[in-house]
Ligand binder design. Structure first.
Ligand SMILES: NC(=O)c1ccc[n+]([C@@H]2O[C@H](COP(=O)([O-])OP(=O)(O)OC[C@H]3O[C@@H](n4cnc5c(N)ncnc54)[C@H](OP(=O)(O)O)[C@@H]3O)[C@@H](O)[C@H]2O)c1
Length: 344
């Protein structure tokens, strides 16, 4: 095997606010990593690109992870093919999903030390293991079932509803028996949120007054708000919460591009309405990951969950894959495709 065939993306410099330019990253070829006992060398097929991929590049985002210039960046997961195995349970040609991955074309995976799930192409699109059945699905699962806990008939409002986490949150809330209303940018996205992801209603936040739209779409008020974006959408949603409502604080997309602080919520309404507002990080709940995978896989097989992905081809276009999220070009899970899927 030639030695320098592992393409690696390095974080070169802190970006200006707004869309990323290619020079924020640098690309290089490295020697293949050595595979230690118990490890696998895998060929990256899909890398998960997350809202956090942008937020980690800029201190102003207040994000949980802060990337350092000069480092190779990490991703919340990859779907990959084993090319070399020093682990008794894995053979070359096996497909897997791992929850930790680096922005490079080949990875070392240690199945005992990181979550590594077998991927069977007969179950559906292999990329869904980074979406509805992967970390974003798990995030939504925790936000809905651990934090929001909607009861049948209650109203759940989800922001960034056409994105990966929001679409999953809405679908889980439907499984819980709630009436689910999404918020997304644009009429075609809103149609898709209803037709593809099964939400009862969807509000186009770019058309008309957001507070009036929420009032119309949620005539009985909001019992659970699944919050992804912050800013004016958050302010309007809080104002329409019912007494004793629950807010699952998943993220604040509006501040991830370093374009200034978004307006905060009217916190007085949390007092008057006696709201429970709880932030969460999915990785604090990993003890529930197996339970999530079992239940979500069963729901997927029963036709209750849909997977949708937006794919940007090539590690050399990874900045564009990140920009797809912040500009709202993505529908469902944003991925960077690093290599072709094997022929099944
Ligand atoms: N707490 C956790 O453990 C955890 C884990 C994973 C993800 N998250 C959070 O989940 C959220 C979604 O992340 P994701 O990776 O799944 O991304 P995503 O929702 O697939 O993509 C981002 C979407 O957000 C919308 N958006 C972007 N900028 C916006 C703005 N300024 N105002 C309103 N909407 C905006 C865009 O849709 P429109 O076209 O509809 O605007 C875009 O498609 C993020 O807040 C992220 O931090 C949290």
């Amino acid at each position: 095997m030639p030695t320098a065939q592992n393409q690696v993306v390095r974080f070169a410099k802190i970006p200006q606010p707004g869309p990323l330019t290619a020079d924020v990253f640098s690309w290089e070829w490295q020697a293949m990593p050595e595979v230690a006992e118990g490890e696998l060398l895998v060929r990256t097929i899909y890398l998960s690109i997350d809202a956090g991929s942008r937020a980690q590049l800029d201190d102003r985002s207040g994000y949980v992870i802060k990337a350092q210039p000069g480092k190779v960046l990490g991703s919340s997961g990859a779907v990959a093919e084993v090319v070399q195995s020093r682990h008794p349970d894995w053979q070359p040609g096996d497909l897997l999903a791992t929850t930790l991955a680096r922005w490079q074309s080949f990875q070392l995976v240690a199945p005992g030390r990181q979550l590594t799930a077998r991927v069977n192409p007969a179950d559906g699109p292999i990329a869904m293991h980074l979406g509805i059945l992967g970390m974003v699905g798990f995030t939504a699962y925790i936000g809905i079932f651990e934090i929001g806990r909607p009861q049948p008939g209650e109203t759940v409002l989800v922001s960034a509803a056409a994105g990966a986490t929001g679409a999953a949150a809405g679908q889980f809330a439907k499984v819980a028996g709630a009436r689910v209303v999404g918020i997304a940018g644009g009429a075609s996205k809103c149609r898709l949120v209803k037709d593809e992801f099964g939400f009862d209603e969807c509000i186009d936040y770019r058309a008309g007054d957001i507070s009036e739209s929420i009032a119309r779409a949620c005539p009985a008020g909001i019992d659970v708000y699944y919050e992804n974006v912050g800013g004016e959408i958050q302010q309007a949603a809080f104002a329409h919460m019912n007494d004793f409502g629950r807010v699952a604080m998943c993220g604040q997309l509006a501040q991830y591009s370093g374009e200034g602080e978004a307006p905060g919520p009217n916190l007085m309404c949390t007092v008057l309405k006696r709201l429970t507002v709880r932030g969460f990080l999915a990785f604090d709940h990993m003890d529930r990951y197996q339970e999530f995978q079992q239940r979500a896989t069963a729901w997927y097989r029963e036709g209750k969950l849909r997977h949708h992905a937006t794919v940007t081809a090539g590690l050399e276009n990874i900045h564009d894959a990140v920009n797809s999220l912040t500009s709202g070009r993505n529908i469902g899970k944003q991925l960077c495709q690093v290599a072709d899927e094997p022929k099944f």
